[in-house]
Design a protein around this ligand. Structure first.
Ligand SMILES: [Zn+2]
Length: 344
């Protein structure tokens, strides 16, 4: 059950401040101490906006993953950065992200960086707010690595990454992290085409060492690179298989899909808590507190407040910061309105 009814939370990422975007394109002009200071300042800004919105759960906004070397791939041995994307011009889409060649045995002797991120967040965040870490799962991470002789297909790459992700999750728990999201957007984007039982097995083996040791969740994502979805935005093909994901909470995006299939949340709650995306991160229409309250009431037709948390549809990294900030404030205000009505 949710630690508090109608909990307000976020998926993970938050927009970078403009100066961070600019600096990330000129990193060679900065020293290592400058970069460390920049990372800390960016996290302070993300914490500020989330705390000002009065969210129950916050993240570090993934503010430090602004460069290849600072991303998960930058921590992997045995790969070579492929800087040239297959398509470099034209409308933005996920095919403009490069894939990396595997050149040796995959390993991450320094971890994947998520522990440092969590420790920084814990040091900078005010007391009383719940902190959440988010880590991509091995199947999703494998999508940008090109199989080779040693790792002949995507599943072989996934199996090589699985223990690396597992170790990071265990290290997060040992560092005091009490809430972890493991996201596998590649699983939800391609659920209709893939062997879902095999995906569930990969997912559950990844989380196996931390289940029962912290609160776990996953976000069933349809993709949001440059604000665009990938694949069919339908949950029906994932169900009931993905209900076997061994997590405390499953998040579904509803706002950008005009609440299509909302009734499916009634199928989630007998097994898992549900977090519903009620803020459209792809639209610049700013939901009002009244809009939010109406959306929460719709969710309550299917689930009780103690099994429901509310959040944006996806990470906010692809939404302008002014809009992200206002959307979070209005989300919390609208949820508070419903809490008040229910006497919570
Ligand atoms: Zn998402």
């Amino acid at each position: 059950m949710q630690p508090n009814p109608l909990r307000t939370t976020v998926i993970g990422s938050y927009p970078f401040p403009s100066w961070l975007e600019f600096a990330s394109q000129h990193l060679s002009e900065f020293g290592s101490a400058d970069i460390a200071e920049m990372q800390e300042d960016a996290v302070i800004a993300a914490i500020h906006d989330q705390v000002a919105a009065d969210l129950d759960v916050i993240t570090d906004g993934e503010q430090t993953r602004f460069d290849f070397n600072l991303s998960f791939y930058g921590y992997l041995n045995g790969i070579e950065l492929e800087s040239v994307s297959p398509r470099r011009f034209g409308p933005p889409a996920h095919d403009q992200r490069g894939r990396h060649a595997i050149t040796g045995t995959l390993a991450a002797p320094r971890g994947l960086g998520a522990v440092d991120e969590f420790q920084r967040l814990a040091r900078l965040a005010p007391a009383g707010v719940t902190l959440k870490a988010s880590v991509p799962g091995p199947f999703t991470l494998s999508g940008r690595l090109i199989p080779n002789k040693q790792y002949p297909d995507r599943f072989a790459v996934t199996e090589a990454l699985l223990p690396i992700v597992q170790q990071e999750l265990v290290a997060l728990v040992e560092a005091g992290c009490r809430e972890i999201t493991v996201d596998e957007p590649s699983m939800s984007c391609y659920a209709a085409k893939l062997d879902r039982r095999r995906l569930v097995d990969i997912f559950n083996r990844t989380l196996e060492p931390i289940v029962e040791r912290c609160r776990t969740s996953t976000h069933l994502c349809f993709g949001n690179f440059k604000g665009h979805a990938v694949g069919t935005r339908q949950y029906a093909p994932m169900f009931p298989d993905f209900l076997d994901f061994n997590v405390d909470e499953i998040h579904v995006e509803m706002a950008s899909r005009e609440f299509a299939e909302l009734e499916l949340i009634a199928e989630i709650v007998p097994r898992r808590d549900v977090s519903v995306g009620i803020i459209d991160v792809k639209s610049y229409y700013i939901e009002t507190p009244d809009d939010v309250a109406a959306r929460v009431r719709r969710c309550l037709e299917y689930v009780s407040p103690d099994r429901l948390s509310l959040s944006p549809d996806c990470g906010l990294s692809q939404t302008a910061r002014w809009a992200a900030r206002q959307k979070l404030c209005n989300m919390v205000a609208g949820v508070k309105q419903v809490r008040k009505e229910l006497g919570l």
